[in-house]
Design a protein around this ligand. Structure first.
Ligand code: NAD
Ligand code: TYD
Length: 366
């Protein structure tokens, strides 16, 4: 039986990971440590309230004493580290929190893990798994080969730079101190529980309210989209059979320009809402409810500063070494995702009415 500490487990990918893990390993002990920032939502984990093997600790990864206590008292043998500030736009408006949480926070966790697992000589077999992003590799031209694990780091945003710093620290704690680490660098995820500031949930919810869909620049930026459960699957494969000290890239082999994703979202909503009077009554401000194409909301706005043009992941290593293959194609994953948001209106309403509103007001005065 494994004893996991999942940092950032109340966020988008962390909450999906806890679910994914529990479906596979019903007897493992799961402890989530989350500071419940604007992006963390305790409600995303409410289905675990009666799970005796699940504990939620409201706390900060930068709190060394707290982390050390959790590792010792709960005899944690595996850390899966998701906690981070994760939104590029926020990192442009306020980089400090990104450096603090992503670089310093990861370092605090590493120090605590070293103390608990190595210095105190518990002799416990352990793993520190670090969840990172493909954005550390920078940007690609249209004909460049996809990122491999050997691509040089060239982060372009404060977010990706802070994640790059954390990746280097994880690597250093393995090489210098012998901490048993693995790292995964993953492409853009989509799926349930994603905070509605990222492209897909933001555009979906804006469309439901008849609000503009703000397309940065020409909308031809390319991302490699992966359904969140397939990211979780990749992490599970690395935890099970990945080589200690190694890095694995995870991606969906689904490179799409933003405009194509946005058009697909618009067409999907037209069909769903246009063909369902009950949905049309629930979202009367959506163009589709009034027989107008959702694409009429598309609005080109000023580009994001330093906007990376293209990301693409070469999944050769994780595929050949660990037999990893994503289980969802974009069409089916995307449809399932939209359905989830339509069914779980109370989840995103709560999120939109709270912290996100406050932040956008502060930053943009709207
Ligand atoms: P998210 O913003 O939805 O969630 C982050 C979580 O971390 C939140 O629950 C938040 O409360 C928590 N947190 C933040 N600061 C904390 C702190 N100091 N102490 C404890 N908890 C804290 O992020 P996400 O999209 O779920 O991303 C999770 C991880 O995956 C991040 O490390 C991110 O860099 C990485 N990643 C994300 C994507 C993506 O497409 N979303 C892709 C690749 C990698
Ligand atoms: P995002 O979801 O923020 O992820 P990332 O920046 O980490 O890739 O954005 C995905 C793409 O969508 C990215 O190219 C920026 C673009 N985008 C917009 O055009 N408009 C928006 O309002 C947002 C949030 C993103």
């Amino acid at each position: 039986m494994a004893k996991l500490l999942v940092t950032g487990g109340a966020g988008f990918i962390g909450a999906n990971f806890v679910r994914f893990w529990r479906r596979r390993y019903e007897h493992d002990e799961l402890c989530v440590l989350d500071a419940l920032t604007y992006a963390g939502n305790r409600a995303s984990l409410s289905s675990f309230d009666n799970d005796p093997g699940f504990t939620f600790v409201h706390g900060d990864i930068r709190d060394y004493d707290l982390v050390t206590r959790i590792l010792r008292d709960r005899e944690i043998d595996t850390i899966v580290h998701f906690a981070a500030e994760s939104h590029v736009d926020r990192s442009i408006h306020g980089p400090d929190e990104f450096i603090d949480t992503n670089a310093n926070g990861t370092h605090t966790l590493l120090k605590a893990a070293k103390f608990a697992w190595l210095d105190q000589g518990s002799g416990r077999t352990h793993r520190f798994h670090h969840v990172s992003t493909d954005e550390v590799y920078g940007t690609l031209g249209p004909y460049d080969p996809a990122f491999t694990e050997h691509t040089a780091y060239t982060p372009n945003s404060p977010y990706s730079a802070s994640k790059a710093a954390s990746d280097h620290l994880v690597r250093a704690y393995h090489h210098t101190f012998g901490l048993a680490v693995t790292t995964t660098n993953c492409s853009n995820n989509y799926g349930p529980y994603q905070f509605p500031e990222k492209l897909i949930p933001l555009f979906l919810i804006n469309a439901l309210h008849g609000r503009a869909l703000p397309i940065y620049g020409d909308g031809q930026q390319v991302r490699d989209w992966l359904y969140v459960d397939d990211h979780c699957l990749g992490i599970c494969r690395v935890l099970a059979d990945g080589r200690v000290g190694e890095v694995y890239n995870i991606g969906g082999n689904t490179e799409l320009p933003n405009l194509q994703v946005i058009n697909q979202l618009c067409e999907h909503l037209d069909a769903l809402i246009g063909g369902d009077p009950e949905l049309a009554a629930r979202f009367p401000d959506s163009p589709a409810a009034r027989g107008i194409p959702t694409s009429s909301l598309k609005t080109y706005v000023k580009d994001r500063p330093g906007h990376d043009r293209r990301y693409a992941i070469d999944t050769g290593k994780i595929t050949s070494e660990l037999g990893y293959r994503p289980g969802h194609d974009f069409r089916s994953g995307f449809a399932a995702n939209l359905e989830w948001y339509l069914k779980n209106e109370s989840w995103w309403r709560e999120v939109m009415d709270g912290s996100y509103r406050k932040w956008t007001k502060q930053q943009y005065g709207k």
